[in-house]
Write a protein that binds this ligand. Sequence first.
Ligand code: NDP
Length: 241
Amino acid sequence: MEDKPLVAITGASSGIGEATARAFSAAGHPVLLMARRMDRMEALGLPNAVLRQVDVRDRNAIAAAVRDAEAEFGPVDMMFANAGIARLADIGRQPPEEWDEMIDINTKGVMNTVHAVMNGMMDRKRGTLVMMSSIAGRKVYPDHTVYCGTKYFVHAVSESLREYLSAHDVRVVVVSPGVIETEVLSGVLDQETLENYKNNKVKMGGGIGADIVADLILNAYRLPQKALVQEICLTPTRQSY
Ligand code: NDP
């Protein structure tokens, strides 16, 4: 059986990143897993896995992790720029430090992640960038002000990168989920916002599983390099907004 190429994931310690790590590993890929919580990545117990404690705000740390993993398993063929936080809050009372953190992780962190692999993919004339945006990167929601800003950023950068990279046969896939059941709400520090979000979630019958997102990413990746799923927009059926 032919060796499967290396797949790298940021934010692989929980939620959608963890589910995607499991899905690609089960499909036979070696994986580079990056996040701050090493114990959570170790607990996955995946074979052929390089685990690195990486904060996506640290450009050099991502580049070093990619170098280490590529030395062992060959070039990264897919990078999932997934790490992100959602400090949802009433914008009038939100402390600016919360914006700083979100902007640094969700926008600069994504650029740092892409930067570590983009030129290699162009040289090889193959590769896939999977960019984690959100339905909140397509439209705005109450108390999502800066979060939406960061995800609109991901959408805009992805469109531009797709245009730039298409001539090099590198694919750019944007992932835009609605409500998915993960630990993302642990980042919401504004209690009223958190309550409202949870009430809305109950009204729509709950979010959907991260494994469903992971399967869609795997299926998009598996298409021939010539075929590109430009965007995966997935919501619970009852999430009508
Ligand atoms: P989780 O909170 O379960 O996962 C977030 C992941 O990001 C964790 O692995 C966390 O790891 C990692 N992370 C956060 N900050 C950093 C950092 N500075 N450096 C490295 N890793 C970091 O939530 P989700 O799985 O839901 O979130 C994943 C992505 O999906 C996010 O970008 C989120 O915005 C997006 N999304 C989620 C939706 C949802 O409803 N759940 C809907 C739409 C988009 P650690 O803390 O160990 O570093």
